[in-house]
Structure formats: C-alpha cells, structure tokens
Design a protein around this ligand. Structure first.
Ligand code: NAI
Length: 325
C-alpha cells in the first residue's frame, strides 16, 4: 500500500467542506490507489459539529481514508501536509464594513501563513478559498518566507467553470468543447471573465456570439453568479465551490490539457503590467506540478481597462490590511 498523504482542510465544519471532505475521502483528488489522512481545522466552538461530520465520514467506510485528525491548532492541522485547503473564514455580517471583514479575515490568514511556514511540507500546495481569497493568499504568502510563493494560489476556478458553462449553454455545445477562457483579476464582482481568446470547437468564441451578449449578459452573469445563488438557494455556493476546489487542485497536480489553460489567482510576476507579488487571477498552464502564467496574449483597451480596475481593487484591499503586517 502507498504511504498515506496528509491533506489539511480549514473551516472543516462549514458548508463547502461538507461536500469537499466526502469527495477527498472517495479518491476524487488523488485517485483510487492513494490513501489519505485528513487533518481538519476548526475554531474551538465548531469542533463539536465537526465531530458529527467525522462520524459521517467514518460511516462511509471509505477504503482510502486512513485517519482523521481534528484540531483547533493550525500547527497540528498543517503538520507535514502536502496539500492545504484554506476554506475557513468569517462571513460578512449585516452592517459590517468591507474593511472590517478584510481585517478579521486577515488575522486568520496571517496566523495560518505562519503555521504553514513552520509545519507544512516544503512542497506543499496551498489553495486559498476563504474570502477575500486573493488578499488572504497574499497575506499567507507574506508570513511564509521559508515556502516558495509558488506553493500558494487563490481560487478563481469556480468563476472559470461558471464562465465555461455560460458560454457552452449559449452556443449549444458541451463544456468540453470550450477552450481558453480566462477569468482575470480578483475573486470579486470586479473579476473579468474574458472571451477574447476563447474557442468553441476550435472557432473563435466572439465570432459566434453577439458582442452585446458578451458585454451585457455574459460578463454580469458570471460576475454576480455567487450573489444570484445566495438569492435563489438561500445559502452561498457550496457544492459547486467544492467541485472547483477539486478541479483547481487536480489541475495543479496533473497539469492542463494540451492547447488549453485554466484560471488561477497566483502571485504576479509582472505579466500584463500587474504589480509583482499581487495575487491576481491569470490564465495558467501547469506542467510537472508547477503553474506558469500564459504570456504574450494580445489584450485590447476594453480588456486592459478591466485588468487595471482589478489591480486597483486588490491594491486597495492590501492597503486596508497593511497595518496588520
Ligand atoms: P461556512 O460559513 O459554512 O464555513 C466556514 C467555516 O470556517 C465555519 O465552520 C467556521 O467555523 C470556520 N472558521 C472560521 N474561522 C476559522 C479559523 N480561523 N480556522 C478554521 N476554521 C475557521 O462557509 P462556506 O460556505 O464553507 O465558505 C467558506 C469560505 O469560502 C467563505 O469565505 C466564502 O465566502 C468562500 N467562498 C469562496 C469561493 C471562491 O470561489 N473563492 C466560492 C464560495 C465560497
């Protein structure tokens, strides 16, 4: 039997984790031959609920689930982990200012960045999902000087799969027929889902759909999809978010398909004029477990303006939490 791989999940008693944990234990990420140890982090008051989730995990008798550790100590959760899913974050409460939400969550990711730096495997892959995901990832990186910044990414995969699905429905094709969609920027309503390089069965997407649909339907639909799900379902996206978590990490491990790319929020290397170090969603390809920003795409003024708006929003978020560093 292979040696079990340690996987950390924070916010393990929350909604997204309630989908994610069962999929991890079923082998959806690492395959049917790879046993795993789940190391689950929660805040102390949520540990009781987490025990109930763990009872259900055991009740499934997953052959790959070697062991489950539950803790409220980040260093225990991240001990020697190869994969860390940072999902736990505080939700925005009624009347709360955006700057308060940023500060409260910043403190979580500062602590967790330090714990990862101390305890995780040196090749760990850390995926930040908890919002504001890009800035939380930026903060975690800033506290982990002994880990390469390339060990970290924030999740815009759900925005990416939402964009793929909208275009496939519009064109009456399957999602596998869509290639080279990019979601640029911040995981917020400012994000820019871009069809300028997208292809539908090899044809340019923008030659198949009306420009008006792209600007006035597609863009706002993808940008505000999360809010629409909350309005309709009464709770925020959870099953689709867990699916995107698996898709992001499995692409990071196994690589992108030939001729295609995915969207990941990763530390900028200055590409497309984005300030180095800012965690910004780019088109990326993955080879040998490393992501690479796709370079040299032609961007028109419409696109460049949206990239600049996203950069400005991320710089503003960073400004709001700078005093905590
Ligand atoms: P939830 O509120 O159901 O669960 C969050 C869990 O995190 C709670 O159980 C809470 O106790 C826990 N938590 C809070 N602080 C913690 C800490 N310091 N350490 C460990 N656990 C902690 O939320 P849900 O629906 O699971 O969403 C989680 C996060 O993911 C939210 O911030 C949400 O906005 C974000 N999200 C991001 C998406 C993306 O595409 N990047 C998509 C959907 C949600």
């Amino acid at each position: 039997m292979k040696t079990p791989v340690d996987i950390a999940v924070t916010g393990a008693a929350g909604q997204i984790s309630y989908s994610l944990l069962f999929r991890l234990a079923a082998g959806d990420l690492l395959g049917p031959d790879q046993p795993i140890v789940l190391r689950l982090l929660e805040i102390t008051p949520a540990l009781e609920v987490l025990k109930g989730v763990v009872m259900e995990l055991h009740d499934c008798a997953f052959p790959l689930l070697h062991k489950v550790v539950i803790t409220d100590d980040p260093k225990v959760a991240f001990d020697n982990v190869d994969y860390a899913f940072l999902i736990g974050a505080k939700p925005r409460r009624h009347g709360m200012l955006r700057s308060d939400l940023l500060s409260e969550n910043a403190e979580i990711f500062i602590v967790q960045g330090r714990a990862l730096n101390e305890a995780a495997s040196r090749n760990v892959k850390v995926l930040v999902t908890g919002n504001p995901a890009n800035t939380n990832a930026y903060l975690a990186i800033s506290q982990a000087p002994d880990l390469a910044p390339e060990c970290f990414a924030a999740m815009t995969m759900l925005d990416h799969t939402r964009a793929v699905s909208q275009l496939a429905q519009k064109c009456g094709v399957l999602t596998k027929d869509i290639k080279n969609i990019t979601v640029w920027g911040n995981h917020s309503c400012m994000q820019y889902p871009d069809l300028h390089h997208a292809r539908v069965k090899g044809q340019e997407a923008l030659s198949l759909v009306e420009h008006d649909w792209f600007v006035n339907e597609f863009l706002p639909t993808v940008q505000h999809r999360g809010t629409e799900v909350i309005k309709t379902r009464g709770q925020s996206s959870a099953g689709s978010a867990a699916n995107a978590v698996i898709k992001h990490m499995s692409t990071w491990i196994n690589g992108t398909d030939d001729g295609d790319w995915v969207s990941m929020a990763v530390p900028s290397d200055g590409s497309y004029g984005i300030e180095p170090g800012l965690v910004f969603s780019f088109p990326v390809t993955v080879t040998n477990g490393q992501y690479n920003i796709v370079k040299g795409l032609d961007l028109n003024e419409f696109s460049l303006e949206r990239l600049r708006q996203n950069q400005a929003e991320l710089i503003e978020e960073r400004q709001m939490v700078r005093h905590l560093l």
